[in-house]
Design a protein around this ligand. Structure first.
Ligand code: NAP
Length: 244
């Protein structure tokens, strides 16, 4: 589905980002693994088959130069940028009473500004190409708001606005921009949850289980490929029916 296509996936050294990179490679794309942890990104690229399939770039998505360099690495190594997945993320959960300004700023910077920088850098290439798909990884937290996540929920809701505004700006140049809102997905980020909190979250899911990173990756594949050729500015929930 992605033969001769090239992609950048941020935060792809592990978790959902790695599953996205692996799925894109399985469907023929060549991928830049852009992650703040350069050593882990290198390992991830090797695991995906090395240079013919994936290359690693150390990239802090809050740094405009680093994001531009990741996009450049893709066009230089693979000749185009067809898919940009803004996935990198962190959490700094705390209630309003305990959350510091630093916790707020860090989460907004990585998720919202990081995705804006990624969208801007990708759009520069894709606009000229006359084609491309940008996928922003939001969260169901941005739809409903979660206790202890005023920073994260704000950032993830902001990503929906970014996605829709960018979709409108770029549509006439053949560039589509969409968002995915995963629910509870089994990764290192959620492994940190206390068991009783994890169980309470699972109990909210009509499908009765957490999702796997590959299930998010398959939705990104749909949005990245021509299967979704008439879909832009759209938010797809991958949450087992939670909070519908
Ligand atoms: P994860 O396992 O923690 O992976 C996130 C990756 O992003 C890590 O490799 C991390 O590196 C990297 N990263 C962090 N800050 C970065 C930065 N400034 N620049 C570049 N890379 C950075 O998380 P995940 O669960 O796979 O989540 C991936 C995305 O899905 C996030 O946007 C998250 O908000 C979203 N999401 C996850 C869930 C879920 O249930 N897991 C649900 C909804 C949405 P370090 O480990 O070195 O920090």
């Amino acid at each position: 589905m992605l033969q001769n296509k090239a992609a950048v996936v941020t935060g792809a050294a592990k978790g959902i980002g790695f599953a996205i990179a692996r799925t894109l490679v399985e469907h023929g794309a060549r991928v830049v693994i852009a992650d703040i942890d350069t050593a882990a990104a290198d390992q991830a690229a090797k695991a995906l088959g090395g240079e013919s399939a994936a290359i690693a770039v150390g990239c802090d998505v809050t740094d405009p130069e680093a994001v531009a360099a990741a996009v450049r690495a893709c066009t230089e190594a693979f000749g185009s940028l067809d898919v940009m997945v803004n996935n990198a993320g962190i959490t700094r959960d705390a209630t309003l009473r305990k959350m510091t300004e630093g916790d707020f700023d860090a989460v907004i910077a990585v998720h919202l500004k990081g995705a804006w920088l990624g969208t801007r850098a990708a759009a520069e290439v894709m606009r000229e190409q006359g084609s491309g798909s940008i996928v922003n990884i939001s969260s169901i937290s941005g739809k409903v708001g979660m206790i202890g996540q005023t920073n994260y929920s704000s950032a993830k809701a902001g990503l929906v606005g970014l996605t829709k505004a960018a979709a409108k700006e770029l549509a006439f140049r053949g560039v589509r921009v969409n968002a995915v809102q995963p629910g509870l997905i089994r990764t290192e980020m959620t492994a940190a949850l206390r068991e009783d909190i994890w169980n309470a979250k699972v109990a909210e899911v009509p499908m009765g289980r957490a999702g796997e990173p590959e299930e998010v990756a398959n939705t990104v594949l749909f949005l990245a490929s021509d299967l979704s050729s008439y879909t832009t500015g759209c938010v797809l929930e991958v949450a087992g029916g939670r909070f519908i």
